[in-house]
Design a protein around this ligand. Structure first.
Ligand code: FAD
Length: 400
C-alpha cells in the first residue's frame, strides 16, 4: 500500500448521502469513529417551500426516538410535522379497517428535505464539512486491511468498513456482484401535496382500488400528502397533467372525503419495485437502506427500515467495545442476521397486500374485503399489525 493510500484510510466510508447514509454516518461518528460520506451530489441547502416538500415520510415511533437521541428530531420545525393519530383502510368493496385510539401517535409525517438538512447540520456541528467528499466511484477493491473506492479526481479513499447507502439501484451492490431479486410492480408512486377543505383530523386514509393503492397522509394544518401507487400509464398522465387534474382524477377514484383538494405541489412519480438482496454484508462491507431492500410503499416503511438498519449497524459496532475492527466479517454478519427477519417480514406483508388487492374477480374481492372487516373486529390482530408498522414489540396487556 502506498503512503498516500495509507493517509486516506478512514474507519468508515459511507457511499450515499441520502437520509439513511447520513444517519449511519452520524451514529458512527458519535461513537468516535473517523467517518467520511461520499456522494455524487453535495448536500443541497434546503429552504422550506410554502407548499411542503413533495417527498414526505411517515416515520414510526421507534425511528422518532432514535432521531431524538441524535438531537435531529428536535431540530425539525414542529409546525411542519404531520401527526398520524389514527388510520383508516378502505377495501375495494366496502371492507374497512381502523387503527389507533388517538392517544398515542402511530407515526409522524416529516419532509424529506427537512430531515436531510437536520442530519447534515448535526454532522457539520461535529467540526465542519470535513466528513463530506464529492465523488462517484468507478471501482471498488477489497483487501485484508480495507475497502478502497476508486473515485477518479476525488482520489482513492479507503476504510476499514465501507457502508453502501447508495439507494435502490445500488452501484456498490452491483460492483460487488451481489445477487438481487427484483420484481417491477409496473406501478409508480405518484406523490403530491394538497390543501383540503375539511380537517383531516390527524387520520391517515388509505384506499385499495382496482389494483392501485391511494393514501392521504396528514401534514401540518389543513394539508395532506398523496401517495398513489398508480399503473405506469396513469402515473405518466398524472405527472404531465395541468394543476387540478390530479385532484380531479383522485376525486374520480375515492370521492372527496376531505372536501375539495387544492394542489400545492406538483405531482412527481417514482418507480415501484420489490428488491430482495440475500447478502447485505461481507468482510469490510455492509449495505443499508434501499441498497439493502426495496419495499412497496403502501405501508410507508422503506425509510423506517433503512433507518432501523443504520441503528442496528451502529448498535452492533458499539457492542464490540475494544474488540474486532469495524469491518470484521463476523461482526457484520451479526448485523445482517439481525436485519434479515424484519426486512423479510415487511417485504412479505407489503408484497402480499399488493398481490391480494391486485387479484381480479368477484370472489377475490369478496374475500379480501371480508378479511379487512374480520381483522377490524379482532383487537389482538390489530395490535400486532399496528405494532409491526410502529417498529416496536406489541404491548398485548390491553388484549388480555
Ligand atoms: C412514493 C414513495 C413513498 C414513500 N413513502 C415512504 C414513507 O412514508 N415512509 C418511509 O419510511 N419510506 C417511504 N418510502 C421509501 C423511501 O423513500 C426510501 O426507502 C428512502 O428514501 C431510501 O433512502 P436511502 O438513503 O436508502 O436512499 P436514497 O434516498 O435513494 O439515497 C441514495 C444516495 O446515494 C447517492 N448515490 C447513488 N448512487 C451513487 C453513486 N454511484 N455514487 C455516489 N453517490 C451515489 C444518491 O445521490 C443519493 O444521495 C417511499 C418511497 C416511495 C417511492
Amino acid at each position: 500500500m502506498s503512503a498516500s493510500a495509507r493517509a486516506a484510510l478512514h474507519d468508515v466510508l459511507v457511499l450515499g448521502a441520502g437520509s439513511v447514509g447520513l444517519a449511519t454516518a452520524l451514529m458512527l461518528a458519535r461513537q468516535g469513529l473517523d467517518v467520511r460520506v461520499i456522494d455524487r451530489r453535495p448536500p443541497q441547502p434546503w429552504l422550506p417551500p410554502p407548499g411542503f416538500d413533495t417527498r414526505v415520510y411517515a416515520l414510526n415511533p421507534a425511528v422518532r426516538r432514535r432521531l431524538q437521541a441524535l438531537g435531529v428530531w428536535d431540530a425539525l420545525d414542529a409546525q411542519r410535522i404531520g401527526v398520524i393519530a389514527a388510520m383508516e383502510v378502505h377495501g375495494d368493496a366496502g371492507g374497512r379497517l381502523h387503527f389507533g385510539d388517538g392517544r398515542q401517535p402511530l407515526a409522524h409525517v416529516v419532509e424529506g428535505g427537512a430531515l436531510q438538512t437536520a442530519l447534515v447540520a448535526a454532522l457539520d456541528a461535529r467540526g465542519g464539512r470535513g466528513w463530506w467528499r464529492a465523488g462517484e466511484p468507478a471501482g471498488v477493491r477489497i483487501d485484508a486491511q480495507a475497502a478502497w473506492l476508486d473515485c477518479a479526481a476525488a482520489g482513492t479513499p479507503g476504510a476499514r468498513l465501507l457502508v453502501g447507502a447508495d439507494g435502490a439501484r445500488s452501484w456498490l451492490r452491483q460492483a460487488l456482484g451481489w445477487p438481487e431479486q427484483v420484481r417491477d410492480y409496473q406501478r409508480q408512486g405518484v406523490v403530491a401535496n394538497f390543501r383540503c377543505a375539511r380537517p383531516h383530523g390527524k387520520v391517515a386514509r388509505q384506499w385499495f382500488c382496482a389494483g392501485e393503492v391511494i393514501a392521504l397522509l396528514p401534514l401540518g394544518g389543513n394539508h395532506v400528502s398523496l401517495v398513489w401507487s398508480a399503473h405506469d400509464a396513469l402515473a405518466g398522465t398524472l405527472v404531465a397533467g395541468a394543476p387540478g387534474d390530479c385532484a380531479r382524477a383522485l376525486a374520480g377514484r375515492i370521492g372527496e372525503p376531505l372536501g375539495a383538494l387544492e394542489e400545492i405541489s406538483a405531482p412527481q412519480a417514482f418507480p415501484l419495485r420489490l428488491v430482495r438482496v440475500p447478502r447485505i454484508s461481507d468482510a469490510r462491507v455492509a449495505l443499508v437502506g434501499d441498497a439493502a431492500h426495496g419495499v412497496h410503499p403502501l405501508a410507508g416503511q422503506g425509510l423506517n427500515l433503512g433507518l432501523a438498519d443504520a441503528a442496528c449497524l451502529a448498535d452492533v459496532l458499539a457492542a464490540r467495545g475494544d474488540g474486532p475492527d469495524p469491518g470484521d466479517a463476523a461482526l457484520l454478519r451479526r448485523y445482517a442476521r439481525q436485519r434479515a427477519e424484519p426486512t423479510f417480514a415487511m417485504q412479505s406483508v407489503t408484497d402480499g397486500l399488493h398481490r391480494l388487492f391486485d387479484a381480479p374477480g368477484p370472489l377475490a374481492r369478496l374475500l379480501r374485503n371480508r378479511g379487512l372487516d374480520l381483522v377490524d373486529r379482532i383487537s389482538l390482530l390489530k395490535t400486532l399489525l399496528a405494532a409491526g408498522a410502529a417498529g416496536q414489540d406489541p404491548d398485548l396487556s390491553s388484549n388480555a
